[in-house]
Design a binder for this molecule. Structure first.
Ligand SMILES: Cc1ncc(COP(=O)(O)O)c(C=O)c1O
Length: 368
């Protein structure tokens, strides 16, 4: 008898991105910056920090399973508490979905190179994991609809998508939804919702609710709370009831919950973060293109840069590391010829651009 099932034995543990401190030590650079994990470069929401400070004194008490946050969210979106779940990041909720809804013969369907966190969770369940290739870096929603079979149980869609930064419209979603049987659960991952919400083409899924769709959102991005692990989801109460049966009773932590409630009200911080990101996206896209890189237009807080080959992508990542800039190679996602770069502070963006321009100049000199 093997110690673990073969589908677990064949997996590789998720490798977290390397920290700036690690790169400074390893590469002997004075300052390293991390543009690799789509975090908020401004830091955590100040209101969240303040609220956590006030909550320390109660850390000897067990949390209430996210109930306070669920009530606040229900109120904000005019829903019942029974339609809302809170967890340890949206990945915490994804993990509950995998546990609650999948049987051995079920299949998961998504795009090629889907968000790595979802890939890890779905593959750890040992069910069939099927993908449809991108179409010009967008979801091929028609292709996904055509690929649904009698075993399909979960369809995972991220909007905006990570790692491509692209979106689909309400019309495109509805065209596919027509073909999705009721027994199929759609996970609509809106981790980057805030970055895209002002684009008139971007559909806020809170305005189109379906009984077999669960919307997931996170505090890890615009609210700057990735280290705290807090996210939430909206769905039909029957779906939420079943998720609550498998959820760890005390997640999210009490600190994460108070931070989440406070961060929701931190409009000034969200506004500042959005402006910085919009500036960063414009700048990075322009400069990268001027330097001859291909850049997919993004609606999130990162850009994907497809390169000629995996070795060129690896070369770029390594060259940038030598200059203290950490970006994400996408081999683990399934796109080894691509690199993903998150937007940073203005200063970090300048440091990245300087490093890219230096590389470009060196290449030109080598060629001449
Ligand atoms: C599409 C997508 N969903 C979910 C997450 C993770 O969210 P959380 O930190 O809430 O687990 C990420 C993080 O990078 C993401 O890109």
């Amino acid at each position: 008898m093997p110690l673990v099932p073969p589908y677990i034995a064949s997996l590789r543990p998720y490798e977290a991105g390397r920290s700036a401190e690690e790169i400074e030590r390893e590469y002997g650079v004075k300052r390293a910056i991390k543009l690799a994990s789509n975090e908020n470069p401004l830091g955590p929401s100040p209101r969240a920090l303040e609220a956590m400070g006030a909550a320390y004194a109660n850390l000897h008490r067990y949390p209430n399973g996210g109930l306070d946050l669920r009530k606040v969210l229900a109120d904000k979106y005019d829903l019942k508490v029974e339609n809302v779940i809170a967890g340890s990041g949206s990945e915490g909720i994804m993990s509950n979905i995998i546990r609650a809804f999948l049987c051995d013969e079920d299949e998961v369907l998504t795009t090629e190179a889907a968000f790595i966190g979802f890939q890890v969770l779905a593959k750890s369940r040992g069910v069939k994991y099927r993908t449809v290739p991108y179409k010009d870096w967008h979801y091929d929603l028609e292709g996904l609809a055509r690929s649904i079979n009698e075993n399909t149980k979960i369809i995972y869609l991220a909007n905006p998508n990570n790692p491509t930064g692209t979106i689909f419209t309400r019309h495109e979603f509805d065209e596919v939804y027509r073909h999705v049987p009721e027994r199929v659960l759609i996970i609509l991952d809106e981790a980057y919702f805030d970055y895209a919400k002002d684009n008139h083409r971007y559909p806020d899924s809170m305005h189109y609710r379906y009984d077999n769709v669960i919307t997931l959102r996170t505090y890890s991005k615009i609210h700057g709370l990735a280290g705290l692990r807090i996210g939430y989801g909206f769905a039909h109460e029957e779906l939420i009831t079943n998720l609550l049966k498998v959820k760890l009773p005390f997640e999210p932590s009490s600190l994460a919950q108070v931070a989440g409630i406070a961060a929701l009200a931190d409009k000034e911080f969200v506004h500042r973060s959005l402006e910085l990101n919009a500036r960063g996206l414009r700048l990075l896209t322009d400069v990268l293109r001027k330097l001859g890189f291909d850049v997919v237009p993004s609606e999130a807080n990162f850009v994907i840069v497809p390169l000629e080959s995996a070795s060129v992508a690896q070369w770029l990542v390594e060259e940038l590391l030598q200059r203290g800039v950490i970006v994400r190679s996408l081999g683990a996602f399934g796109l080894p010829h691509c690199v993903r770069i998150s937007t940073g502070t203005d200063d970090e963006n300048s440091m990245l651009i300087e490093a890219l321009e230096h590389l470009h100049l060196r290449e030109e000199l080598c060629r001449s």
